[in-house]
Design a protein around this ligand. Structure first.
Ligand code: NAI
Ligand code: MG
Length: 330
């Protein structure tokens, strides 16, 4: 029995969460859910977007499923990443059948450093304009590179590529690159290389199948992971994991999509795939593969899918279809 915090949040976050919990009832793993509040609606009611009780509930859980927040996202999800020290942002780039992906053979993962780099928020106005500080520490570089190699080993992947701009950002990315090669010494069986971020952005378009696991700093990871999402077609499909020493928080990449909210038409796939990532994080790999396969069948058939995938089904109809496929597989 796993203790799971559930934060539906706002807009379609609530709808895709309801759909995903419905599907998870058919998974062969027991969960003990604790529901928690956060987001715009809660802010309107109480004046706070992320109550400390919610952070406590997440801290006391093994994992958290998060739907989406609206305008308060920065005060909710960004704050939670910091408070829980969720130093990894894991974003798979995987082609699924029946989707508008640009390549049908992609399966790589971006491991993005989630706590420092250019995103520490240290900007300053100067007489001439403004400056931003980019922080790269040995500690954060080591733990993100270590995570990338451990993840590669654990998932049976083969190669890790460090992405940086060490020719220009000599001190910060120089440190990141050196740390990568130092950490790599502990993982002799894993192939490795490093590439410049600009060239990487090009190879995403021309030869993306060359990548397996990418490890990179915060800003580069942010940009590359959206580029990766573009390769495999649509926000309704892209999950993510935020992982720290003690917790994992799993969320679709999309937000509350106010224009779709309340209509029951949002694609639940990104949230369902976030639950797949949670199952893998909990080492429930067999259950993860079954759930993923059930979703893949529904996508491939293309009959009971939401509007963004070219279908006419509702969020809950698609979820029910995934659940019945899963029950067949089980
Ligand atoms: P969004 O991701 O909510 O929606 C952008 C567009 O993508 C939608 O209009 C829709 O066409 C499509 N889309 C997204 N999810 C979909 C799904 N499951 N099924 C089908 N189509 C889908 O991003 P937007 O419009 O920029 O932001 C809306 C609100 O969400 C804002 O208030 C923003 O702050 C918040 N947000 C929250 C995030 C979070 O909680 N992690 C992340 C991104 C945005
Ligand atoms: Mg982003």
């Amino acid at each position: 029995m796993y203790k799971i915090a559930v934060i539906p949040g706002d807009g379609i976050g609530k709808e895709v969460m309801e759909a995903t919990l419905h599907v998870l009832e058919a998974v062969d793993v027991d969960f003990d859910y604790t529901f928690a509040d956060a987001g715009d609606e809660y802010l309107e009611k109480t004046g706070v977007a992320l109550p400390s009780e919610t952070v406590d509930i997440v801290k006391e859980s093994q994992a958290c499923l998060f739907g989406a927040a609206g305008e308060s996202a920065a005060d909710v999800i960004v704050k939670m990443r910091q408070e829980l020290d969720l130093f990894v942002n894991l974003r798979p780039v995987k082609s699924y059948p029946g989707t508008k992906c640009l390549f049908d053979n992609l399966d790589f993962v971006i491991v993005r450093e989630n706590t420092e780099g250019l995103y520490i928020g240290l900007e300053e106005e100067t007489e001439e304009g403004a400056t931003a500080t980019r922080v790269v520490t040995r500690k954060a570089s080591e733990r993100i590179c270590k995570f990338a190699f451990e993840y590669t080993q654990k998932t049976g992947r083969e190669k890790v590529t460090a992405v940086h701009k060490a020719n220009v950002l000599k001190k910060t990315d120089g440190l990141f690159k050196r740390t990568f090669y130092k950490v790599a010494e502990n993982y002799p069986g894993i192939e490795l290389d490093d590439r410049y971020v600009d060239a990487t952005a090009m190879f995403f378009i021309t030869k993306p199948e060359m990548f397996d696991v990418i490890v990179t700093t915060n800003l580069f990871g942010d940009i590359l992971s959206d580029e990766g999402a573009g390769l495999v077609g649509g926000l309704g499909l892209i999950p993510s994991a935020n992982i720290g020493e003690n917790q994992g928080l799993f969320e679709p990449v999309h937000g509350s999509a106010p224009r779709l909210a309340g209509k029951g038409v949002a694609n639940p796939s990104a949230m369902i795939l976030s639950a797949v990532m949670m199952l893998d994080y909990l080492d429930e790999n067999a259950a993860a593969r079954k759930l993923e396969n059930a979703l893949v069948e529904v996508l491939a058939e293309g009959q009971v899918v939401t509007g963004d995938l070219g279908g006419k089904s509702s969020t809950m109809e698609m979820a029910a279809e995934v659940r019945s496929k899963l029950e067949e597989i089980n």
